[in-house]
Write a protein that binds this ligand. Structure first.
Ligand code: KG4
Length: 337
């Protein structure tokens, strides 16, 4: 079986080809960072227009790199939500049209399911059940994953997602977009204990997150300095390091709390923020201390890609799921609720 995965939920146009063992034959991602950089965030209308231009060449590129033909495709897996409606519609309508033209089934995949299963794209794969921390520009969530199609939402952000907080801090400091990699680079020469920033632990045993208070505290701190001058390089580095550490502390603590509450000793990380080197290192150290096995997908598999959508789609297909031509996209996920 040859499977075509398509992902256009946000600002990356991605296509992948997988075979019947769910091995990835090709995975192509076209980033739109250059388009959105000068706005300090994603402009939805520009994102969907670029998806329209990119979708056919990117699918063709994946097909050609995999050494197959469009006519060889047996199944199409496409992101149905959550995400930007205009962006989702481009990939979803393309997939439905191709499914109709080729006479093959398609399945609509929840983007979160892709992230939750992205560890299966690696050599060393987790066993069920596991706790998954998914942190990106659109979400910060903890799930219990019981098998390929059974996900339970344990906690989610009540306001900003972790990546969104990185992006907003970077925009405020005029550092560029996407903010995560830039803020983490600025943090390298900084002292993570320089600023006494808040950590939102919320209620006892709550696995929810909240990053907007932290973001406001950082902005207020910088605002006070900028009223009388500019941030020095060291102040900028200290601010970025202290902010990053405050995010990491909460992400790690809540993940470990979830493993203890549910007596689960496997953890998977996913989403763009899990590309953060300090988060990866500190999560690894803490999991070792706690006797928990950590599965860290490579950076390409953590960030948005179509291979994870293809993999999740295959699991749904084997479980009997089939997309209908009247199905529509959705902006918010109900996965695991
Ligand atoms: O999962 P993703 O590629 O796209 C979606 O949000 O769906 O994640 C992108 C997010 C952005 O907010 C970006 O700033 C953040 O991940 N990010 C990082 C790092 N690399 C990307 N955040 C912190 N540290 C990083 N190294």
């Amino acid at each position: 079986m040859i499977v075509l995965g398509i992902e256009t939920s946000c600002d990356d146009t991605a296509a992948a080809i997988l075979d019947s063992d769910a091995s990835v034959l090709a995975s192509v991602v076209s980033s739109q960072d250059a388009i959105h950089q000068r706005f300090g965030g994603i402009v939805p209308e520009l994102a969907s227009r670029r998806h329209m231009e990119s979708i056919t060449p990117i699918v063709n590129e994946a097909v050609s790199r995999a050494g197959v033909a469009l006519a060889d495709i047996d199944l199409i897996a496409v992101t149905r939500g959550p995400g930007l409606i205009g962006s989702l519609l481009v990939g979803f309508c393309y997939a439905k049209s191709l499914s109709y033209t080729l006479g093959v089934p398609y399945v609509g995949v929840d983007h979160m399911a892709g992230h939750l299963l992205s560890a299966f794209l690696e050599q060393s794969t987790p066993s069920f059940p596991y706790i998954a921390l998914i942190v990106s520009g659109g979400t910060s969530s903890l799930f219990k994953v019981e098998d390929y199609n059974r996900f339970y939402l344990l906690g989610r952000t009540r306001d900003d997602a972790a990546g969104e907080a990185f992006d907003k801090i970077a925009r405020y400091l005029e550092l560029g977009y996407p903010g995560g990699p830039i803020v983490s680079r600025c943090a390298e020469g900084g002292n993570e204990t320089a600023l006494p920033l808040p950590r939102a632990w919320l209620e006892d045993d709550s696995l929810d997150f909240s990053f907007s208070g932290l973001k406001t505290a950082v902005i207020n701190h910088c605002h006070r300095i900028m009223q009388v001058g500019r941030l020095t390089d060291q102040q900028l580095a200290d601010t970025c390091a202290s902010f990053q550490q405050a995010v990491i502390d909460v992400l790690i603590e809540k993940t470990i709390r979830a493993t203890q509450l549910y007596t689960i000793d496997n953890v998977v990380l996913g989403g763009g923020v899990s590309a953060n080197r300090s988060l990866r290192e500190q999560m690894s150290q803490r999991c070792t201390t706690e006797g928990v096995e950590l599965y860290l997908p490579s950076v390409e598999n953590c960030t948005d890609n179509a291979a994870m959508i293809g993999f999740a789609g295959i699991q749904q297909f084997w479980a009997g799921d089939r997309g209908g031509f009247d199905d529509d996209v959705y902006s918010r996920s109900n996965l695991g609720r």
